[in-house]
Design a protein around this ligand. Structure first.
Ligand SMILES: [Ca+2]
Ligand SMILES: [Ca+2]
Length: 645
């Protein structure tokens, strides 16, 4: 029982690190982001693999743990969103290899892996001091900390909580002196034996020129975007195994920064549906490096004619120069770990209706952002009846730009209506994860995970000059980590948009949720609903502004009727909630909002803000509650149950 509880305790700590447990933080902090003591308190959390476990019951579930009154509902939800359900499962799981399925997350995506923060593992490496300063590796890290392995024999080590057969490591290795990246190995040990070498590259990382530059690979000042990820199958690793990442003599990078490790039990490959047309019958060959684009396109065209689906079997298929044209076609793979389309043109150009994409990976080759090129994994409108499910996307400009594609002129009706995106895993892009643009309506993105996007992870944008009003888009049950520019969730105009049941952690420069009229959209209409979300260490410095974790920004037009309910804002870099003008904000309702340990103040109203908001059950702890710099222009009406301001 002791061993089991110890293992559970480690994972509890790992998962709780998302929550930036306020109880571990100093009571008084400086109001600047740069040198704040941070969430997963590296000094406190490190090298404790053998320390007394933190029992799951230590989770801050009772209202008294967080102080204040009311709001216990969001506290419980907030605990669950960080994976407490999974922790409970692990703690009661019994013997190795018998772990039950991971329970559904209350907020955020239910993900098929456990995440281990390097800075909470046992290590003899260098734990990076927490930072929120642009240009520092720690600031781009999950939990705002990581571990640097500098010398031969340095490692991170942890005990696995569940059985697994695949690993993802988020890492930094140096760039080549002249740019372009370099490769180096890193050892994976299981129970003390070097089991295999991971091959890491910095080809897709390292940009220069400061916060606004995302297209400069020439080494110089303003380095940022340090991270990339590697994934590998590692054979069966039982629960309770000791997994070590170690720099040995053969591992030649000058240093390795490890941020986090995901361990996943990948299911067996999916079987081919009987009536699907296999691309291998049209000339595609897996794993030979030869160009498969023409063969896959032949399969797509034949399948469309025969009203059948296209089967992409297990293996890696290469698309070096020609993207695939998809209009009214279903592509099915053997699973996101099993079927890979890779290369500079591993892109799906989408048009027409009934486009369906299931169970494969798209691994591109984009190394910088070029706004004049649609280097997107998927690009174009989905029509009606379309789905994207269980697709893994890395190294593009955008995951899916759901926009006009090749449509000429200005659309007068939505080109995408009712698209469903589910189970996507979109990482390490140079711009948005998913952008619903040009009138996209009634589209849902859910149960998806985004990490390291170079612009908004999820955006809904209704540009007035380039499409009809957008309506009823929903982002729900998604987990977003470490966008290195822009927001976790952004809505630029539109009617009746909804952001529900999500988790956002560690955006570097911008809010967690932005409601904005930037980019001259159609006006907000109906009600914009933001409910049951958690924003962790959100907000940041960009364009010489201190963006709050939730920002309502009426810059080019008025914003009316935004309802915010059941929101937890944990350790925002600056303010928790941020109002900025100069246009009118009206009908803004805040209900049951908790802002813990803001870097500056709980709620900030810029001097050009206009309008007002109603607040009930809004609790601020750990800092000044309200700073209203527009007292004659903006009024917050305090209803019942507020505290701390
Ligand atoms: Ca980390
Ligand atoms: Ca091939």
């Amino acid at each position: 029982v002791g061993v089991r509880r110890a293992r559970a305790g480690l994972v509890v700590r790992v998962l709780l690190s998302w929550l930036a447990c306020a109880c571990e933080r100093p009571a008084v902090e400086t109001p600047t982001y740069a040198d704040r003591a941070d969430a997963s308190s590296a000094a406190g959390g490190a090298a404790q693999a053998g320390a007394a476990p933190r029992d799951a019951s230590a989770r801050p579930t009772s209202p008294s743990d967080a102080g204040g009154e009311g709001g216990s509902g969001i506290r419980e939800a907030a605990v669950a969103d960080a994976g407490a359900a999974a922790v409970d499962g692990a703690a009661s799981s019994g013997d190795a290899g018998q772990a039950p399925p991971l329970a559904a997350a209350t907020r955020g995506a239910t993900l098929p892996y456990l995440e281990y923060e390097a800075e909470l593992a046992e290590t003899n490496g260098v734990i990076l001091a927490p930072s929120r300063s642009f240009g520092q590796v720690a600031a781009e890290s999950s939990g705002r900390s990581a571990v640097r392995l500098e010398r031969t024999g340095q490692y991170i080590r942890f005990t696995t909580e569940r059985s697994s057969n695949a690993i993802v490591v988020r890492y930094v290795i140096p760039d080549a002196p002249t740019g372009g990246g370099l490769e180096a190995t890193l050892g994976v040990y299981v129970n003390g034996a070097r089991k295999q070498s991971l091959t890491l590259t910095s080809r897709y990382a390292w940009l220069y020129g400061g916060e606004s530059a995302s297209d400069n690979n020439v080494p110089g000042a303003g380095a940022h975007h340090f991270y990339d990820e590697v994934h590998a199958s590692i054979g069966e690793v039982p629960a309770g195994a000791v997994v070590t990442l170690q720099k040995d003599a053969i591992d030649q990078a000058d240093y390795y920064v490890i941020d986090l490790i995901d361990l996943e039990q990948v299911p067996p490959a999916i079987e081919k549906p009987a009536d699907a047309l296999s691309i291998t019958d049209f000339g595609a060959t897996a794993d030979d490096g030869g160009d498969d684009a023409a063969a896959i396109q032949r399969a797509i065209d034949a399948a469309k004619q025969q009203k059948r689906s296209v089967w992409i079997p297990r293996g890696e298929f290469s698309l070096p120069g020609t993207p695939l044209q998809c209009a009214g076609v279903t592509l099915r793979g053997a699973g996101m770990w099993h079927t890979i389309l890779s290369g500079a043109a591993a892109q799906l150009k989408v048009s027409g209706n009934d486009n369906q994409f299931y169970d494969f990976a798209l691994f591109g080759a984009v190394t910088a952002r070029h706004d004049n090129i649609a280097e997107n994994a998927l690009d174009g409108p989905a029509g009606t009846g379309s789905r994207l499910e269980n697709v893994w996307i890395e190294h593009y400009k955008v995951g899916w730009w759901v926009g006009k594609g090749a449509f000429p002129g200005v659309p007068s009706a939505p080109l995408t209506d009712g698209l469903v995106i589910r189970g996507a895993r979109i990482r390490n892009t140079f711009a948005d994860g998913i952008n619903l643009c040009n009138g996209t309506s009634r589209t849902i993105v859910e149960q998806s995970q985004f990490r390291g996007t170079g612009d908004d992870a999820l955006a809904s944008w209704a540009p007035a000059a380039d499409g009809p009003q957008a309506e009823h888009n929903t982002f729900r049950f998604n987990t977003v980590q470490m966008p290195w520019r822009a927001n976790c969730f952004a809505v630029y105009g539109g009617s009746d948009m909804q952001i529900q049941d999500n988790v956002c952690a560690d955006p570097l420069l911008y809010p967690g949720i932005l409601i904005s009229t930037t980019f001259t959209p159609h006006p907000f209409a109906g009600t914009t609903t933001i409910e049951r979300n958690t924003l962790i260490r959100a907000g940041g410095p960009m364009y010489a502004q201190q963006h709050g974790a939730l920002k309502i920004f009426a810059d080019t037009a008025d914003i009316a009727n935004v309802h915010v309910q059941d929101l937890l804002i944990e350790s925002p870099t600056f303010s928790g909630i941020h109002f900025q003008g100069p246009k009118l904000a009206s009908g803004i309702v805040l209900d049951n909002v908790e802002i813990r340990q803001p870097g500056t103040v709980g709620i900030v109203v810029n001097s050009n803000a206009l309008g007002g908001a109603q607040a009930s059950r809004v609790i601020v702890t750990g800092s000044q509650g309200l700073q209203n710099d527009a007292p004659s222009r903006f009024t917050i009406e305090k209803l019942a149950g507020n505290g701390g301001w």
